[in-house]
Design a protein around this ligand. Structure first.
Ligand SMILES: *Cc1c(COP(=O)(O)O)cnc(C)c1O
Length: 395
């Protein structure tokens, strides 16, 4: 089928939840993807920070092939070797002592919220039920996670929403100090707000949040669904700030393209998820864990984190140069290979995305006015140069 045929068919049978671009992508290799009419694109979005090793990385493909011919699924009624190996690796390279696997970012955050409330009950503080999150945040589309999300646009039409959520402006220590009190179960923050416009908080913000949680008896949950798994040049973004959360969620980049989510926690906190408290049928199944294990190992063992730092610095420098003397760009920001280009005036990110697509580049948006770049971490300088030439024409 060609692009048009696929689109026509989609219009007859899919729920119209997505405002999609008029192409169907059918094949990928490294930085490149091809549409159903055979047109090639350089991918600077990576399925929204998912394909961190690029498309069809040989280590990931091989792990999936091997596991698919061995065992696809059993159940968490039994022990699962790839799941144990992946959990062990994640505990070795992060603050965490224990891991729970699920299938998506929203489900991971849902689990984190449940865990935080349960911890407070187990500590004998049942009145601590509230989750404090930030405005402009994004935490998912389930009822609890869309409620935690600090943007009204995801909530319209879905009330009544679950109680127990309050919001503070992001990157505002004083607001946090006012909001965190004897009813707070946890503070839930993204180390960098992704969907909210690639907003990097001030130096020290996360550290202050950590200290405040400690002093006031609340837990700190970091949502690293977008920033985790090497995206910002360290395995977790919170490593830049020297902050250790109590709970951290991962998803997008964890599986190298297969759907997997994870709740990471310290020993003291993880204890509250005893037998029967939480579960997921598909969570941590052999197939996705084999893919994730290959993904995480490759990222850690093949110098990808250092490469991400170098490429991120180069991309940010080139963009900053581009922005200079161009009033249509009001800011360029980000860390590692998660970068936002904020447009000035009434310029819409969507128009830039479309114009870049016409030139053979996939880029994203984060809100109305921010163009988002989240290329595979294997991107090379020549590809960044090609992007910059196209972007220069477009802006
Ligand atoms: C994408 C995202 C989510 C939701 O993940 P899904 O897998 O779509 O449920 C949650 N939090 C953050 C920070 C995200 O970027």
């Amino acid at each position: 089928m060609g692009n048009q045929e696929i689109m026509d068919l989609a219009a007859t049978c899919l729920m119209p939840t997505y405002a999609r671009f008029p192409v169907a992508l059918v094949r990928g290799q490294g930085m490149r993807v091809w549409d159903a009419d055979g047109r090639q694109y350089l991918d600077f979005l990576a399925g929204i920070a998912v394909c961190n090793l690029g498309h069809c990385h040989p280590h990931v493909v091989e792990a999936i092939r091997e596991q698919a011919g061995t065992l696809l699924h059993v159940s968490n009624l039994y022990h699962i070797e790839p799941q144990v190996r992946l959990a062990r690796l994640l505990t070795e390279v992060t603050f965490a002592d224990r891991v729970f696997f699920c299938n998506s970012g929203a489900e991971a955050n849902e689990g984190a919220i449940k865990l935080a409330r349960k911890v407070q009950k187990d500590r004998g503080e049942p009145e601590r039920t509230e989750i404090v999150s930030a405005t402009m945040s994004f935490h998912g589309r389930t009822l609890a996670t869309l409620t935690a999300t600090g943007q009204d646009k995801v909530k319209v039409g879905f009330d009544p929403l679950p109680p127990g959520f309050t919001y503070v402006p992001y990157d505002d220590v004083e607001a946090l100090e006012e909001a965190v009190g004897p009813r707070t179960a946890a503070v839930l923050l993204e180390p960098i707000q992704g969907e909210g416009g690639v907003r990097v908080p001030s130096e020290g913000y996360l550290r202050r949040a950590r200290e405040l949680c400690d002093v006031r008896g609340a837990l700190l949950i970091l949502d690293e669904v977008q920033t985790g798994v090497g995206r910002t040049g360290t395995f977790l973004a919170c490593e830049h700030d020297g902050v250790k959360p109590d709970i951290c969620t991962l998803a997008k980049g964890l599986g190298g393209g297969v759907p997997i989510g994870a709740v990471l926690a310290t020993e003291a906190v993880a204890r509250s998820f005893g037998p029967g408290t939480h579960a997921s049928t598909f969570g941590g199944n052999p197939l996705v864990c084999a893919a994730a294990l290959a993904t995480v190992r490759t990222i850690l063992q093949e110098g990808i984190l250092e490469h991400t730092q170098r490429m991120g610095t180069y991309l940010l420098e080139r963009l900053t140069e581009l922005a200079r003397g161009r009033p249509c760009i009001s800011a360029v920001r980000g860390r590692g290979l998660l970068i936002g280009i904020e447009l000035a005036g009434d310029r819409k990110a969507k128009d830039v995305v479309t114009a870049m697509m016409d030139r053979g580049f996939l880029v994203g948006s984060a809100g109305e006015q921010v163009v988002r770049l989240a290329p595979p971490l294997i991107v090379e300088p020549e590809e960044i140069d090609a992007l910059l030439s196209a972007l220069e024409e477009v802006v």
